[in-house]
Every structure is written in structure tokens, then in C-alpha cells.
Design a protein around this ligand. Structure first.
Ligand code: ADP
Ligand code: MG
Ligand code: ZN
Length: 640
């Protein structure tokens, strides 16, 4: 859970929407007028300087001048049309150049019946012009260019309407690069996703809403808007988002956070606007923003170089769009996003009304892997006795993408040896290949490590159950997760606690040390797997001594120094403590931790059989719910 310290800014109500739309209209009108004026000026320039000079400047002659020149033998050639005569005459200056120059004269049809006769007599080359169709001339000089202008204007206007104004709009920079997949073409449903039952269960509500929004609106509940999928790479986040759209039979808009991060300030924001605009038009729809951490990084974070303004603007635009649009009954739109680094996201993104729903997607457990392998072997010919269950057992720690990869690799290997079908041996060989290529990305544990982890986690879980104040266990898992943890035990506090007693804190420490104690009890050997537990236990014990005054030896005195902010991290300033006090504190911390460790060991030794049962079940099934612990302990009616 992320704490929301920021005061939520009120979601943008309708008036704001209206204002935005008005601004948009004004922008469009301003643009149109500007365009019209610029267009006319350009057209005039075109007529004046391009068309006219093409017809070289001719000398205007009055008809009498023309007659005179004809008589003087100065006219070389003429073309007579309905109401004028154009042609060439000799240069009035006989030595000037050019020797001939164009002229034109206005004449009224039929006013000079003797003209042809005189031309003939003077030996002038003459001809008549077909009467021009006035429409033709008009078309060429005005209608055509105007038409072109109009077409261009139409497209520019449309672009603006579609989203960004100004530069972004016209040149298409501000267009979102999201690809729209129409409802009928999504083609992925939850049947194609394996081992994500919990995530799927959480997404059911979203699908319900997309399918029949009226049902939600009827009871007046706030409609979900954003869903954040959190999990390591390759676990099927993108797949889940797409399948959500597929199940609900709505359009799917897919984009990635990095597509909003550009050099120019404002471009990302314009793209966000455009994306939402498109989705609204296609509603009902799902918008999916992959790798949202590219834009959603905490604004308060460390110093970043460049692109800060842009990122911030984009993020703000995203927040505004999420707040601004009404996922109403008429146009339901759900925004989904995925990240594998939820800790860097800006808290503002996660507050209520935005990505308030978070769905964890983890690496699949045994049953999940089996499902995924089944899905990815659909198109592959396996030998009849191919044991998918065994294949799943061979791949602990693999993500969905890894499994898809292995299955494919196995098919390729089988094809290479010209086999009829894929065997388990192919599959095994494929695992080796893929593991070699996986580098450090996925942890694949060997059998011995798995055993150690199973006992370790069982130890935590047993102690949570055995200590009087331990929070009940909700889930135990030995599926490796991305961030270095090999397994986990999840406890679910029954209620929020603000005051804790010494006994409760001691129990907590005992639970933390249960993992190491179990390893010691079972294997009489300890491993590095407990370093994080030890760190947390020590920290808690130290706080008991220095902050909570829970050590009889040191009394109710605060010894914790001031927290100093140093290079982004906090360090303890304990310079005001005497060396003797420090020694005492250290001794007390050590005493508390050791006492609890011994207690944990004693408890586990006493319940050794239950520990074995639990660990074995865990090795078999990889994830267990809280009931399993009570069952292992032989509780008659487990309450969980
Ligand atoms: P992510 O977005 O979490 O990184 P993807 O959804 O892109 O992972 O997964 C990549 C591919 O791996 C998918 O296209 C699919 O073929 C396969 N895959 C991953 N997880 C699963 C799963 N749970 N069920 C079935 N296939 C999966
Ligand atoms: Mg993805
Ligand atoms: Zn542990």
C-alpha cells in the first residue's frame, strides 16, 4: 500500500470539461480564420508573381495605334479572338532588342470587317482563337488552387480536432502512437492466461463494469477507473490486460510509457490527450499503458538529468485526463497500466479515483505452470505420454514468458531431430538452453535450495501460529520472486494496531527469526537466506531499547539519535551517546534477539513433526494458504 500524503485535488467536474471544449473550439476557429487569410494572400501572390509573368508583359495598343502599325508594316503576326488581338510587332526602336515584342489590343467583334483583308494584304501571319470557355480559365486560376487549399485545411482542422493544437496537431507529433485493437480482433481471453487465478478474480469486476455499466451505476457506487498490474517481467501483465478487453469484448488501446517521453515539452502531454480522446470515441474500451514507470516516476525523486519538465507535464496531463473523464454508463473506459517497479511510481497516481486498484501478478506456482504449459502446448504435438505435471515440476521459478519460451524451444529441438512429437527429454534439453540464456533474470533453484527455503518459510509460518500474538498466516510460498527473495510468508493482521506491548514485539521478533531457527533445527546448518530477517529483527529490537524504553537495564530513556537526512537516506546521529551507553544498548539488543531466537528454536523442536509435514506439503505445492499451517499442527477445526 502506498500512503497518500498529498491532498487529493478535486476531480475535474463538468465545467472544466466544458471550458476545455470551448478552448478547443476557439483554437479551431482562430486557426481557420488565420488559415483563410494566409490562403488568400498566398493565392494572390501566386496569381501576381507566378501566373502573370508566365504570360510575358505585352504592350497595350489602342486600336488606332494597331491600325497604324499594321499600315506601316510593323505587325508580324496576330491571333484574333472574340474581344482582343494579341500578337507580335516589330520593336519601335529598329536597333533595339528584342527585335519583336508582344502586344495586345482590345477589339469588339464585328467592329472592323476589313481587318482580315488588310492583314492579308500586309502579309501578316494571322489566325483565330477558339472562344475560350470562361469556366476553364476560372477553374485553372481560382477554383483549383482554392480547392487544394480547402482540402489541406480540412485535414489540418481535423488533426487539431483530434487532439493537440498548434505544432503537435498539424504535423502529427502529438498523435498518440497507441494501436487500437477492435473488440472483435482482440482474440485473447482468460483461457489464454494460466496461473493467475487471483489476478483474474480481481479483474472480474472490471469486466462486469465494461459489459454492463448500468448495473454499477444503479447502486450509485463509484466506478473503477484505473487498474495497476504489478509484477516481474514476463508474468503476463500485458496478456492479462488484453484478455480483460477480450473477455469484456471491448476495444483495446495499447501503448507504452516510453512513447510519451519525448524531447519536446508538451508532446507527451498532447499524446496523452489524443489517446484518451480516441478511447472515448471507441468506448467501451480498455486503455493499456505498459511500463508506466517511464512517465509515472515520483516527481519528488532524485535529481534527474533533462526531460524533467516534459515528464512532469506528461504525468500531469495523464492525471488530469484520468480525473477528467467520466467513466460513465454511456462510455465506459478503463485504464490499465503495468509496471515492475511500483516503488518508483508517484503516489499521486495511486490515490483513490486513479490507479486505486492494484493487482499483483507473480511468477506461477506448480499448478499455474502446468496450466501455462498446457496453454502453450496447444499448437504443439506432444508425445501421448508427455507428463505436463512433471514438466511443471522441472521449472520452478520460471515466469509465464519463460515457460512459453521453453515449450517453443522444445518443439524446435524435436523438429531438429526429425521426431514425430515432442518428448519430455526435448523439454528438459530446452530448459537447459533457456536457463543458460536467462542469466540472472530468473532464479532457478536446485532441489537442495528448494528444501532449505521450504523449511525456512515453514519455520516463519509455524511461529506465527505458535506464538500467542503472532498475526495469522495468509499465504506461504516458495516461488522465487524477482527481487531476490526466494520465498515468502504473508501474515494478515486481524486488525490495525497502533499500540504494541513488549510481548507482541517479542513475538514478532520470534516470527522473523523462525526461518533461521527452522534451518538450524532441521539441517543443523544455517544459510545466508536469513540475512533480511536478521536485519529486521535487529532493527526492531534496537527500537525497543532506544525508542520504546523497553529495556529494564536502560530504562525509559530515549537513546535514539536524531534522524539526519543525508544524501537522500536517513542516518542515525548517535554522537551524543557515551561509549558505555552504546555498549549497553548493543548488549541489550543482542540479548533480546538471542532470547527470541532460542525461543523460536525451542518451539520448533517441540513441534518438529508439524514442521516436517508443512515443509513437505510446501515442497509439493509451492504455495499454501493459512489453513495448511493449522492443519499441519493438527488443529481440529482450522479457522482461516
Ligand atoms: P509482461 O507484460 O508481464 O512482461 P507478457 O504479458 O508480455 O508479460 O508475457 C509475454 C508472453 O509470455 C505472453 O505473450 C505469453 O505468451 C507468455 N505468458 C506470460 N505469462 C503468461 C501466463 N500467465 N499464461 C500464459 N502465457 C503467459
Ligand atoms: Mg509487458
Ligand atoms: Zn525468512
Amino acid at each position: 500500500m502506498v500512503n497518500n500524503n498529498k491532498k487529493p485535488s478535486p476531480p475535474k467536474p463538468d465545467p472544466d470539461e466544458d471550458k476545455k471544449r470551448r478552448e478547443q473550439m476557439q483554437r479551431q476557429i482562430r486557426f481557420s480564420i488565420g488559415y483563410l487569410i494566409a490562403g488568400i494572400i498566398m493565392l494572390w501572390l501566386f496569381q501576381e508573381f507566378i501566373l502573370t509573368p508566365m504570360a510575358i508583359q505585352a504592350t497595350e495598343l489602342s486600336y488606332s495605334d494597331f491600325r497604324q502599325k499594321l499600315a506601316a508594316g510593323q505587325i508580324v503576326s496576330v491571333t484574333i479572338s472574340d474581344n482582343d488581338i494579341v500578337g507580335k510587332m516589330k520593336n519601335p526602336d529598329p536597333s533595339g532588342s528584342p527585335a519583336e515584342m508582344p502586344f495586345d489590343t482590345v477589339i469588339v467583334t464585328g467592329s472592323d470587317p476589313k481587318l482580315v483583308e488588310d492583314l492579308q494584304a500586309a502579309g501578316v501571319k494571322y489566325g483565330f482563337q477558339r472562344p475560350p470557355s470562361p469556366a476553364g480559365a476560372l477553374l485553372l486560376s481560382w477554383v483549383l488552387p482554392l480547392g487544394l487549399l480547402a482540402v489541406f485545411w480540412y485535414f489540418a482542422y481535423r488533426r487539431m480536432g483530434a487532439g493537440a493544437g498548434g505544432l503537435g496537431g498539424i504535423f502529427g507529433v502529438g498523435r498518440s502512437k497507441a494501436t487500437e485493437v477492435k473488440a472483435a480482433e482482440v482474440g485473447v481471453t482468460f483461457k489464454d492466461v494460466g496461473g493467475a487465478d487471483e489476478a483474474i478474480a480481481e479483474l472480474q469486476e472490471i469486466i462486469q463494469f465494461l459489459k454492463s455499466p448500468e448495473q454499477f451505476a444503479r447502486l450509485g457506487g463509484r466506478i473503477p477507473k484505473g487498474v495497476l498490474l504489478v509484477g516481474p517481467p514476463g508474468t503476463g501483465k500485458t496478456l492479462l490486460a488484453k484478455a480483460t478487453a477480450g473477455e469484456a469484448e471491448v476495444s483495446f488501446f495499447e501503448t507504452s510509457g516510453s512513447e510519451f517521453v519525448e524531447m519536446f515539452v508538451g508532446v507527451g502531454a498532447a499524446r496523452v490527450r489524443d489517446l484518451f480522446e480516441q478511447a472515448r470515441k471507441a468506448a467501451p474500451a480498455v486503455i493499456f499503458i505498459d511500463e508506466i514507470d517511464a512517465i509515472g516516476q515520483s516527481r519528488a525523486g532524485a535529481v534527474r538529468f533533462g526531460g524533467n519538465d516534459e515528464r512532469e507535464q506528461t504525468l500531469n496531463q495523464l492525471l488530469a485526463e484520468i480525473d477528467g473523464f467520466q467513466t460513465g454508463v454511456s462510455a465506459p473506459v478503463i485504464i490499465m497500466a503495468a509496471t515492475n517497479r511500483p516503488e518508483v511510481l508517484d503516489p499521486a497516481l495511486m490515490r483513490a479515483g486513479r490507479f486505486d486498484r492494484q493487482v499483483a501478478v507473480g511468477n506461477p506456482d506448480l499448478i499455474g505452470r502446468e496450466q501455462i504449459l498446457r496453454i502453450h502446448s496447444r499448437g504443439i504435438k506432444l508425445v501421448d505420454d508427455f507428463d505436463i505435471g512433471r514438466a511443471a515440476r522441472m521449472t520452478p521459478g520460471f515466469s509465464g514468458a519463460d515457460l512459453a519460451n521453453v515449450m517453443n524451444e522444445a518443439a524446435l529441438l524435436a523438429a531438429r531431430r526429425n521426431a514425430e512429437a515432442v518428448t519430455l527429454a526435448d523439454f528438459e534439453a530446452a530448459i537447459e538452453r533457456v536457463v543458460a540464456g536467462l542469466e540472472q533474470r530468473t532464479r532457478v533453484m536446485n532441489e537442495q535450495e528448494r528444501r532449505a527455503v521450504a523449511y525456512h518459510e515453514s519455520g516463519h509460518a509455524m511461529l506465527a501460529e505458535l506464538t500467542p500474538h503472532g498475526d495469522p498466516v495468509s499465504k506461504i510460498s516458495i516461488v522465487p520472486r524477482s527481487r531476490g527473495s526466494l520465498g515468502f510468508t504473508m501474515q494478515m493482521p486481524t486488525e490495525d494496531r497502533y499500540l504494541l506491548t513488549v510481548e507482541e514485539l517479542q513475538d514478532r521478533i520470534a516470527v522473523m527469526l523462525g526461518g533461521r531457527a527452522a534451518e538450524k533445527v532441521v539441517f543443523d546448518r544455517i544459510s545466508t537466506g536469513a540475512s533480511d530477517d536478521i536485519l529486521r529483527a535487529t532493527e526492531l529490537a534496537r527500537r525497543m531499547v532506544t525508542e520504546f524504553g523497553m529495556s529494564e537495564l536502560l530504562g525509559s530513556v530515549r537513546y535514539a539519535g536524531q534522524q539526519l537526512q543525508y544524501l537522500g537516506g536517513a542516518i542515525e546521529d548517535s554522537s551524543n551517546l557515551s561509549p558505555k551507553t552504546r555498549e549497553l544498548i548493543d548488549a541489550e539488543v543482542q540479548r533480546i534477539v538471542t532470547e527470541q531466537y532460542e525461543r523460536a528454536r525451542a518451539l520448533l523442536t517441540a513441534h518438529r513433526a508439524a514442521l516436517e509435514t508443512l515443509a513437505r506439503r510446501l515442497l509439493e505445492q509451492e504455495t499454501l494458504d493459512g489453513c495448511a499451517v493449522q492443519e499441519a499442527l493438527g488443529v481440529e477445526e482450522p479457522e482461516c
